[in-house]
Design a protein around this ligand. Structure first.
Ligand code: 5MM
Length: 345
């Protein structure tokens, strides 16, 4: 393990005022995104769409420090033989790769899942490193359901243990691991339940990472915000989400990690930006306690308007690029606590 490389890449990904574009939708997930704009989920369309994103120089150079890719994308080239990875690098951004292989139910008919992909991971890391990846991502999914007593302690423990094994393997290959323990917004639970479960999950995660001797300075955390479930009758204010998220992370996340890059998890684009901005404003007010940079690693919250504008049509590429530049810029400001609603108009 080359500690200096890991720390330097992690710090570059977390550089001030930039964040991560999560463009690692698996085939099933990109199918849902393309269904929403009625375009066919072909390899060519996936390549055209992702090329549109990665070649939008103004957004990439100013606001995007790293891009999480799917296995197909890290190998893909445009029709004029330009590798998508090279386009990302030319735009001063770092290529990363999703290495988990999806979710499997913990038992028959169980809602709870375990993330799979540890088999052969070491070999895959070596190949991805050769293909240009400098960081990686693994996502664990945790469900809250009060009436079924979820999450179970075993689902949390097993998923956090798998995240730790992945992180150790990534660092052994000089690749920075992003660890993503996502507590879903599905259901009716309130913000305090999300706080309680997020605290428990993060504490378990950092125990597991310590057990595997993972170098925390060479890791990035990709957590959910502390937020009420999408069907909860009582939604929290932006200020409450920011306060509780910051408090939860301050109590559960070691100060040594390279940074925090939130997922958006189904929030609207503006909500995800407003929350990130408010969290950063609270963090700067507590500067003496806070030691990690706080930014974004958004999928849907960076891409929704871009997709809707593009519609799979060449004549819409310029306006879709403008939408991406705008959204990326708004989140870049939010990552510095400098955003306000009027900038959206
Ligand atoms: C971009 O979506 C990622 C891939 O998900 P699948 O493996 O299910 O296709 C996902 O891991 C994503 O990186 C995170 O959930 C954050 O994305 P959002 O849309 O929640 O910001």
């Amino acid at each position: 393990m080359d500690k200096n490389t890991l720390i330097s890449v992690a710090q570059k990904v977390m550089q001030k005022g930039k964040g991560i574009l999560a463009a690692d939708e698996s085939l099933n997930t990109i199918q849902k995104r393309f269904d929403s704009i009625h375009i066919e989920n072909t390899e060519d369309n996936r390549c055209s769409y992702r090329h549109l994103l990665f070649s939008t120089t103004e957004a990439m150079k100013n606001s995007i420090s790293g891009v999480i890719l799917f296995d197909e994308t890290i190998r893909q080239s445009t029709s004029d033989r330009k590798k998508l990875v090279d386009i990302i690098i030319a735009n001063d951004s770092i290529p990363g790769i999703k290495v988990d292989q999806g979710l499997k139910p913990t038992r028959d008919n169980s809602v709870e899942t375990i993330t799979i992909g540890l088999d052969g991971l070491d070999e895959r890391f070596k190949e991805y490193r050769d293909l240009g990846a400098q960081f990686a991502k693994w996502r664990a999914v945790i469900h809250i359901n009060d009436s079924s007593n979820l999450p179970s302690s075993s689902a949390v423990k097993d998923n956090m243990h798998a995240l730790a094994l992945y992180a150790r393997c990534a660092q052994g290959n000089n690749i920075v691991p992003i660890v993503e323990p996502e507590i879903l917004m599905d259901g009716t639970h309130d913000i305090d339940k999300c706080y309680e479960v997020t605290t428990y999950v993060l504490k378990t995660l950092y125990e597991e990472l310590a057990n595997e001797n993972v170098l925390l300075e060479g890791t990035i955390l990709k957590p959910n915000m502390v937020i009420a479930a999408s069907q909860c009758p009582k939604q929290a204010s932006i200020e409450e989400v920011a306060q509780k998220t910051f408090l939860c992370l301050s109590h559960s996340v070691p100060k040594d990690i390279a940074g925090i890059a939130f997922l958006s998890g189904g929030q609207s684009e503006i909500e995800a930006t407003a929350h990130l901005n408010a969290i950063n404003q609270i963090a700067s007010a507590h500067a003496q306690k806070q030691t990690w940079p706080i930014s974004f690693s958004y999928g849907r919250a960076l891409q929704k308007t871009v997709l809707e504008t593009w519609q799979g049509k060449e004549e819409n590429v310029i306006t879709a690029r403008e939408a991406f530049i705008h959204r990326a810029h708004m989140n870049s400001l939010a990552a510095q606590g400098l955003w306000n609603q009027e900038l959206e108009n």
